[in-house]
Design a protein around this ligand. Sequence first.
Ligand code: C2E
Ligand code: MG
Ligand code: MG
Ligand code: MG
Length: 280
Amino acid sequence: RVKDQGKNNYMFFNEEMTEKLKEQIQVERILRDAIKEDGFKLVFQPQICTYTGKIVSFEALLRLKKHFISPDLFIQVAEENGMIIQIGRWVTEQAIHQIARWKNKGLPLKPIAINFSAKQLNDMDYIKFLEETLKESGVEAQGLEIEITESIFLDKKEETIVFLNQLKNLGIKIALDDFGTGYSSLSYLTFLPVNKIKLDKSLCDKFLEIENIAVMDNIISLAHSLNLEVAAEGVEDIEQYKRLKVAGCNYIQGYLFSKPVEALEAEKIYEDNFLEKINL
Ligand code: C2E
Ligand code: MG
Ligand code: MG
Ligand code: MG
């Protein structure tokens, strides 16, 4: 088989791998510099209440200040080389500081969400770090939500459940991110201490097709029957929004309402009514 494909094919893959490796090394260097030189920032994407059109919370998303590299890429690199531990702590700390600032300014918000990578389970003292950071900042655990994906259960199921219960006992909310991209998500929901599911963009996009509406209704009803809230991610379309609302989806996050923005901009748009803005 190898012979059939010929030498050129082999070369092609080889070059592709070299390119990938080069990219990885370059991203690694950028991340190392960013850790040293304060090169990261958080941006915040509003979560909007489906019924009122008002912002109820934000998801904190990581960015490199000086580079347009997608988090999907640099987070993966950071997971592979272990830098995610340090980066994850930075995100946690910065998000908590922001929660404190918004609390002091009197912005009533539901818990602000941060993303937590499966690899951060290797950070043995994370819970302790989290507790101390909350305490020092005068922020209650109830002000924070941690988003995990089901990939976290793949290799370390027991460990994960212990970890999530520790978070829950502190009073931190837990959301299952990227719901609908994996395999057996629905069964997880019955035994995990999760408060919210976030329907992935790829799933929400399917709800634009009429034949998938029953599926959406069922997922949302099932989540509600398990006492879970439902957020829809990547909503760009008004029809999509209307259907999600009819199906009872609690929160909407997407470019239809707002992209992720800097903290000061987030404050400026906080009072906006997004249903009015899109003429609904
Ligand atoms: P995620 O947690 O599922 O975040 C949602 C992503 O969808 C964000 O991409 C957001 O900008 C994007 N998005 C939101 N609404 C729309 C929309 O209407 N249309 C489209 N096309 N995209 C939309 P982003 O910020 O590039 O982040 C990508 C992923 O990187 C995140 O997916 C998350 O898995 C990871 N990530 C980002 N920040 C962090 C972090 O601080 N820690 C960890 N561990 N992962 C992070
Ligand atoms: Mg997320
Ligand atoms: Mg997601
Ligand atoms: Mg994602």
